[in-house]
Design a protein around this ligand. Structure first.
Ligand SMILES: Cc1ncc(COP(=O)(O)O)c(C=O)c1O
Length: 375
């Protein structure tokens, strides 16, 4: 099976894990701190707080933003379901906004269309690494007294006007799940420029404890518990892998771009009716997912044909309101989200993918769409 994506691990990650195991300190510690410094730098943020996943990071970001029961949070239905579930985790009400026709992201207009007196936050997703119009959304939230939380789960390494898409964010959240550009199995991070948020996020991931775990063990400082909270700590084993992975980020991004350009050239020549996800001109995209759109209601049959032929394609982006978990939830019409949910397809983009393997994918697409005869 050609994988949809594959982690890029080498002897450096192996050595890093071994060093942590031999050090005797495997819980959150110095390697997590080093990883956080690297994430903050690449996110364009002053602080990064590592957590167990983007889902738990979104949870803490919403708590830090003061969102709770009765509040409304505007969120795209068109996203991995964790974006909506995170709103539910704090007892708030998700309000689904539609996305752009050509890009899988919220727009200031779709957000404004569902804004109410109860709106306390907008959870904007930089979907598949494609950035939202963050400046307009930030200004809009500020003007109306709401918080902007950026779900950048997919967006590590994406740039807008040459700057990280999350630069200067109040609260942005990254994922390090293996479907993302780099990984340590599971992991997430919340980035912020706000020192108070950073302090609180550190407490919230650690039972509300007022003293960091390493300080507590190192200096026998007595810990206190400032507020009820969770255990969302990353281990130092994960931190060490993540730290090495961050050093690989540029190489990984270049490789993903190479593969995507390979698809562009092949699909443009052979199957021009397949639309490729095309970021805005000022964006340097991280190619988190090789997303295309399959016309004429054929996405599901094409996906099945690819999977049957050993090609690990997946459906592109889901829409929460089309899943049983959220189908009952009140909402307005979401035509663009539904179009994306029905026609988007994710193609394999994995490190080291060869031209011949890309030819195989394009050939299988042509067959599935009825352009070639099977022999
Ligand atoms: C947009 C978005 N938000 C949140 C998540 C959740 O990430 P994690 O698996 O790290 O919890 C994902 C994962 O796919 C995602 O794509």
């Amino acid at each position: 099976m050609l994988p949809i994506i594959q982690p890029v691990f080498g002897p450096e990650e192996e050595a890093a894990v071994l060093a942590v195991l031999r050090s005797g300190w495997v819980a959150q510690g110095p390697h997590v701190a080093e990883f956080e410094r690297k994430v903050a730098l690449r996110a364009g943020a002053k602080y990064a707080v590592a957590v167990t996943s983007a889902t738990t990071g979104l949870h803490l970001a919403l708590v830090a933003a003061g969102i709770g029961p009765g509040d409304e949070v505007i969120v795209p239905s068109l996203s991995f379901i964790a974006s909506t579930n995170a709103v539910w985790m704090v007892g708030a009400n998700p309000v689904f906004a539609d996305v752009d026709e050509e890009l899988p992201i919220l727009t200031p207009e779709t957000v404004a269309a569902v804004w109410t007196q109860k709106t306390r936050a907008v959870l904007a997703v930089h979907q598949l690494g494609i950035p939202c119009e963050r400046d307009v959304l930030r200004a809009m939230c500020e003007e109306r007294g709401a918080r902007l939380i950026e779900d950048a789960a997919c967006a590590l390494g994406s740039l807008a006007d040459g700057r990280p898409v999350t630069e200067g964010a109040d609260l942005a959240v990254f994922s390090f799940h293996p479907r993302k550009v780099l990984t340590m199995g599971e992991g997430g991070a919340v980035t912020t420029d706000n020192a108070d948020f950073a302090e609180r996020l550190k407490r919230l991931r650690n039972h509300g404890m007022t003293v960091a775990a390493d300080a507590r063990h190192g200096n026998a400082v007595r810990e206190g518990f400032a507020e009820p909270a969770w255990n969302y700590r990353l281990t130092d084993i994960q931190g060490a892998i993540g730290s090495v992975q961050m050093d690989r980020l540029d190489a990984i991004l270049a490789e993903r771009q190479r593969i995507w350009q390979g698809y562009r050239a092949r699909l443009h020549a052979a199957l021009p009716e397949i639309r490729l996800l095309t970021p805005q001109p000022h964006v340097q995209w991280n190619v988190q997912t090789g997303c295309v759109r399959i016309p004429d209601g054929k996405r599901d049959s094409v996906l099945k044909a690819l999977n049957d032929g050993g090609i690990g394609a997946r459906r592109g982006i889901l829409a929460a309101h089309l899943e049983p978990a959220w189908a009952h939830w009140p909402r307005t019409q979401l035509p663009n989200s539904e179009a994306w949910a029905h026609d988007s397809l994710a193609l394999p983009v994995f490190h080291g993918m060869t031209g011949a393997q890309q030819d195989e994918v394009v050939h299988a697409l042509a067959l599935a769409l009825g352009y070639l005869e099977t022999v």
